[in-house]
Design a protein around this ligand. Sequence first.
Ligand SMILES: [Zn+2]
Length: 64
Amino acid sequence: MRYVKCTKYGDQKGRCARCGRHFSRVKDPTIDHITPRSADGSDDPANIQLLCLGCNSAKGARCE
Ligand SMILES: [Zn+2]
C-alpha cells in the first residue's frame, strides 16, 4: 500500500485529489478508496486517491 501511495503522490503531483492542497511530505496525505471497500471497491491503484486529512474526514469513509 505504501508503494501505491508513492505512485499516487507522483500522479497527483503531491496534491489532494479534492481540494488541491499541496502536501509537503509524502506521508502527509491519506489513502482514500474511491469506491469504498465496503461497496466492493478494490485495492487497485485505479480505485485509490490521496486526500488531505480534512477532505478524507469530510467524505466520511474510513480507510487505512
Ligand atoms: Zn483536500
